[in-house]
Design a protein around this ligand. Structure first.
Ligand code: CA
Length: 227
């Protein structure tokens, strides 16, 4: 059974979400401000955090920033406005996912399930020997990547994307396919997230991101990787 930590200052929302998630079999923890929420998130008692952006004491972005210094617990940001969503895309926030208010409980439950499933798959992933792909070397046990012997600092999502491409050499992958398989939704989320993630990944993988040699764009079709 998974435990969800809800950090949200509107008690009616907390009640509604916890009522529904309990029915789905989840344990619920809750905090009504950013400070208390951060403390609970760091306690290791939750498996996933549902984090509101607008919070008293410390806003959701600050909670996430501090949490990410020591924890890789999956976090779904809850945004109320379009500009907050833009901020999630525009900043290296470290959020695994986001959902915009108002959302249906069904949609929320689907997101939670996808994020927990992805984390479980990562943790139970096979401990295979490091794989070499051109200049890139992947150690799947350590989830580390080097390029020409130099370690690359990838986020979990970037690592997952890279693995997806390396498993499909030179195959063109559409944004929808990436969204469905890497983000893990049963429906299409916001495809801008794919473009932003690809741009960041390119900045890390390529010597010259403006003239990529590995992570290539196929106009109107998607992306492919060559090593
Ligand atoms: Ca709020």
């Amino acid at each position: 059974m998974s435990t969800i930590l809800i950090i949200e200052d509107e008690k009616s929302i907390v009640d509604l979400i916890s009522f529904n998630l309990k029915r789905e079999g989840y344990e619920i923890l809750s905090a009504f401000d950013g400070g208390a929420g951060l403390e609970l998130a760091l306690s290791g008692r939750a498996d996933l955090v549902l984090l509101d952006v607008m919070l008293p004491v410390m806003d959701g972005f600050e909670v996430l920033r501090r949490l990410r210094q020591t924890s890789d617990i999956p976090v779904i940001m809850v945004t109320a406005r379009e500009e907050e969503t833009d901020k999630i895309f525009g900043l290296e926030t470290g959020a695994d996912d986001y959902i915009t208010k108002p959302f249906s409980v069904k949609e929320l439950a689907a997101r939670i399930k996808a994020n927990i499933r992805r984390t479980a798959a990562r943790q139970g992933g096979e401990k295979s020997a490091p794989g070499t792909y051109g200049p890139f070397k992947l150690d799947k046990a350590l989830q580390s990547v080097t390029k020409n012997g130099r370690a690359l600092e990838l986020t979990q999502r970037e690592y997952d994307i890279l693995c997806y491409f390396l498993d499909r050499p030179s195959q063109v992958v559409s944004r929808e396919e990436l969204m469905e398989n890497v983000w893990g939704y049963d429906y299409y989320g916001d495809l801008r997230a794919v473009d932003v993630a690809m741009r960041r990944l390119r900045e890390k993988l390529e010597d010259d991101p403006a003239d990529p040699k590995h992570l290539m764009t196929k106009r109107g079709a998607g992306y492919y990787m060559q090593v």
